[in-house]
Design a protein around this ligand. Structure first.
Ligand SMILES: O=C[C@H](O)[C@H](O)[C@H](O)COP(=O)(O)O
Length: 232
């Protein structure tokens, strides 16, 4: 079974949580794309849902496949968000933002009664941090913000390169017009402490640590899909 088949398997399992009439947050990334494709088939067969996309990329795919969309301002309270992740640990703490959509993803997930993560086995880790932590920052003063992040990381015993994400010859820009600093901490033993500390830096717009947000993670592997549950 290849990686795409595992993503489809996780997305298909998540579809069973979607009910007629739901207001859905729709995630971003290759796994979320598979969910959109399966959802579009349900919609074509008469299911009535409205989605709020977490990125321009997801919005384009939904429009292409005739999945009805509204903005979060039109639909500010959602029943369920389904989204991928870059890393998932045993407490369903996540690293997200590999595709640069973390800010909208976090806003949409926070506006949802429930968040379900869909991922393949390769995303499951014991301790978060092997994946570079994306930190979305305001372009103004990016270097000063990076230095502030380095200093706080050192206080928490973390080190590693913190580099602006690039796109072609330039700097990657998010849908919100911000930059992303990817932090190679390697291992984040206290994700809660790091999340709070990052939130306190003025130039940090948002970070890719999603804590106490997901209630279920559907993890697909060659042998099938399993469900991890959180206490929240
Ligand atoms: O910004 C992107 C998102 O957080 C994605 O959900 C995450 O990067 C996982 O993407 P993929 O399903 O392509 O691995």
């Amino acid at each position: 079974m290849d990686a795409r088949e595992m993503k489809i398997r996780a997305a298909a399992a998540a579809l069973s949580y979607v009910e007629d009439g739901m207001r859905l947050g729709i995630g971003t990334g290759s796994t979320a794309d598979e969910f959109v494709r399966l959802l579009a088939e349900r919609v074509a067969n008469g299911m009535s849902v409205v989605g709020v996309p977490t990125s321009e990329r997801t919005a384009r795919l939904c429009v292409e496949l005739d999945v009805p969309l509204m903005s979060l301002d039109e639909l500010p309270e959602l029943d369920l968000t389904i989204d991928g992740a870059d890393e998932v640990d045993g407490q369903l703490r996540l690293i997200k933002g590999g595709g640069g959509a973390l800010l909208r993803e976090k806003i949409v997930a926070s506006a949802s009664s429930r968040m379900i993560v869909i991922a393949d086995e390769t995303k499951v880790v014991e301790t978060l941090g092997a994946f570079k932590l994306p930190i979305e920052v305001n372009p103004f003063g990016m270097v000063a913000t990076r230095i502030a992040i380095e200093k706080l990381a050192a206080k928490l015993g973390l080190s590693g390169a913190i580099e602006p994400r690039r796109s072609g010859d330039g700097i990657f820009t998010t849908d919100g017009g911000h930059y992303i600093l990817d932090a190679s901490f390697g291992r984040i033993p206290d994700a809660e402490a790091l999340a709070s500390a990052l939130n306190a830096i003025p130039g940090v717009v948002e970070h890719g640590l999603f804590i106490n947000m997901a209630s279920i993670a559907i993890i697909a592997g060659p042998a099938g899909a399993r469900t991890l549950k959180a206490d929240n």
